[in-house]
Design a protein around this ligand. Structure first.
Ligand SMILES: [Zn+2]
Length: 153
């Protein structure tokens, strides 16, 4: 009788361990941005970095459930860093998001340059920095553009 109880307890614990391992694995899997862009997960904000068809950068903010929320006090700086020199993009409010006034400079041949996004969730928050590669090729696995690819994260 006592053995059976022990066994039941052991099965219960194993199931518990298995389910929490599953949770850990699920946590590790990267989520695609709702608009097909790259999710920038920071401590103070959930934001998505999107390169639009016109090569303009858009930053969209979300709540914890990935419901879009209009930009409020967040301070965002976006820098393009092609070989020809670093450029700061002017971010303007548009339909609740932040959209760059200028398009990203066209990359030169084999010059898929880096883009740096700095987000300050609020005046008193510290600035968080994200690096994104300007690569618009489509990934064969996740079908997202390479800058937003979730396969290797
Ligand atoms: Zn991918």
């Amino acid at each position: 009788m006592r053995d059976r109880h022990l066994r039941a307890l052991a099965v219960f614990f194993l199931a518990l361990v298995a389910s929490s391992l599953q949770c850990l694995a699920a946590d590790k899997k990267a989520t695609a941005g709702p608009k097909g862009g790259k999710l920038l997960e920071s401590i103070g904000a959930h934001a998505e970095f999107v390169i639009g068809k016109d090569n303009r950068v858009a930053i969209i903010f979300y709540d914890e459930n990935l419901k879009s929320v209009p930009v409020s006090g967040q301070i965002v700086s976006v820098y393009a860093e092609p070989k020809t020199g670093k450029i700061s993009l002017t971010m303007e409010k548009k339909d609740g998001a932040l959209v760059s006034k200028e398009p990203l400079p066209k990359p030169g041949f084999f010059d898929e340059y880096q883009i740096t996004v700095q987000i300050k969730a609020a005046e008193e928050s510290k600035t968080e920095s994200f690096k994104v590669r300007f690569d618009l090729d489509v990934c064969g696995k996740c079908k997202l553009q390479e800058y937003a690819c979730i396969c290797r994260r």
